[in-house]
Design a protein around this ligand. Structure first.
Ligand code: SF4
Length: 473
């Protein structure tokens, strides 16, 4: 694209993964700190094209090392407004991934970057060309930006000084949608930024549902669609309300058909089980159904442990991503926990049974008082059996959904009182559609003999050598 850079830069490098054995340096990520931040700034306070680095440069970073990183961009222009900050910030993720040998994951203060050994060998020894390439792309692709300046920080103490300020900005952005709800607006917004790696993804952003990457709220979508209606964020006429509790709208269904090329024709914005929102792979948190208790657990990227279903975030993320509508798993942005419509189609908070303690503390204010202490965390519960006992002991609302497993058993033992153990058998829930590649936990594999598993094979060839048809006598 541009000869002045010591690397190739093209959308074809998006999706490139840098594994440990080809990694020269890791920046931020789960074992360090960092953030990215875009600020709308006065024209007079931005020196166009200027780059400042505070801390060591790439050339000073030894092979295999890890450093914190902060990337701050000041943007200015007649049309630039604060609502556009998130939109530009999200493009930092996209454009850095255009650089061959440079990997950018996640967003905000969850960013995680890696630079490959090959890129260093080819001459990528400074952050300056990286920042200059990103500034060039910002101005080329987002014409409302007239001036841009970048400050990168790799000094731990400096980042610690700045990170709270960045978090305050994210919080203020998230707070803006609090007083506005889906029913108050006629327009939702869509985003296709993740379509390159998740072609059937249908990303819908509403006042009550932040994007699943957590970076774009309804105001951000509106601002982006206003300045660049042909860009990746665009308006969706929400159309007719088809189901209030699960958030189904005719306009969203029409968009689903169009964006997924007919793969999906219904999306219920606030449903976990029925026609859920697609999950591209950028989600901050994955929800997972736990059939043994008929409840839902949630696990975020920062949690390195194992959830009660025996799976880690990375395994569940692999099952969930790719732009699919995956029943049994759901990717969301952290701020969706704060929505009054949070999985309202499936019982909302009354269905939440487990989450890592760090995540629970982050969103504690948004959990209704009556279930706050009834949601287990990794601090006390790490397997299904103890989760069941915990929920019983705390009288979690989900236990009302548990039914005696075999009605016949009740009939046979009509005379005697049912034991507590019989009463607390969660019902065998069979989702409307099992996702391809779904990894059920043991109970979902049909341990009890009732319910069973429905498997839908898509794009599969089935060969049959012989069929014998016999009359049943
Ligand atoms: S997750 Fe959705 S809103 Fe976020 S960048 Fe991807 S498509 Fe856009």
């Amino acid at each position: 694209m541009a000869d002045e850079f010591p690397f190739e830069i093209s959308p074809m490098f998006e999706g490139e993964r840098i594994r440990k054995d080809n990694m020269h340096v890791e920046l931020a990520g789960p074992k360090s700190i960092g953030f990215e931040l875009v600020r709308a700034t006065d024209m007079k306070d931005v020196e166009d094209g200027k780059f400042t680095l505070i801390g060591p440069d790439l050339s000073e970073m030894a092979e295999g090392s890890r450093y914190p990183v902060a990337m701050i961009y000041k943007i200015a222009g007649e049309l630039v407004e604060t609502d556009l900050e998130s939109i530009v910030e999200r493009r930092n993720h996209e454009f850095q991934n255009y650089i061959q040998g440079f990997m950018h994951l996640n967003q905000r203060d969850d960013v995680w970057l890696r630079v490959s050994k090959d890129a260093i060998k080819k001459g990528l020894t400074s952050f300056e060309p990286v920042a200059k390439a990103i500034m060039m792309l910002f101005k080329n692709e987002l014409p409302f930006i007239e001036k841009v300046e970048a400050v990168y920080i790799t000094d731990q103490a400096e980042i610690e000084k700045e990170i709270d300020n960045a978090r305050a900005v994210y919080k203020a952005r998230d707070e803006r949608t609090k007083g506005l709800h889906d029913e108050d607006v006629d327009t939702f917004y869509g985003c296709t930024l993740c379509a390159s790696f998740a072609p059937t993804n249908v990303c819908v952003i509403t006042p009550d549902r932040i994007s699943l990457c957590g970076a774009i709220n309804w105001f951000d979508g509106r601002a982006a669609a206003k300045v660049d209606p042909e860009g990746p964020q665009f308006a969706i006429e929400k159309g007719e309300l088809l189901d209030a509790s699960s958030g189904e709208y005719s306009g969203v269904n029409d968009l689903a058909k169009r964006l997924s090329s007919g793969e999906y024709d219904r999306i219920k914005l606030h449903s976990f089980f029925e026609y859920p929102h697609t999950s591209c792979g950028c989600f901050e948190v994955v929800g997972f159904y736990i059939p043994e208790v008929d409840g839902i657990g949630w696990v975020d990227r920062d949690f390195a442990g194992t959830a009660p279903n025996g799976l880690q975030f990375s395994t569940m993320a692999g099952q969930t991503g790719g732009g699919k509508q995956v029943v049994g798993f759901l990717g969301i942005g952290v701020n969706y926990f704060r929505s009054p419509k949070f999985i309202s189609g499936d019982g909302g908070w009354d269905r939440v049974v487990w989450m890592p303690n760090m995540l629970k503390q982050k969103i504690l204010d948004s959990i209704p008082e009556d279930v706050k202490d009834k949601i287990a965390t990794d601090e006390n519960i790490n397997d299904i059996e103890s989760l069941k006992n915990f929920l019983k002991e705390k009288e979690h609302p989900v236990i009302k959904r548990w039914v005696v497993e075999e009605e016949e058993t009740i009939e046979e033992e009509e005379e005697s009182q049912p034991s507590e153990a019989q009463y607390y058998q969660p019902m065998q829930y069979v989702p409307q559609q099992m996702p391809a590649g779904f990894m059920p936990s043991m109970a979902m594999m049909g341990g009890s003999g009732s319910g069973g598993v429905k498997i839908i094979l898509k794009n599969a060839k089935v060969t049959v050598d012989k069929i014998i048809v016999k009359k049943i006598e």
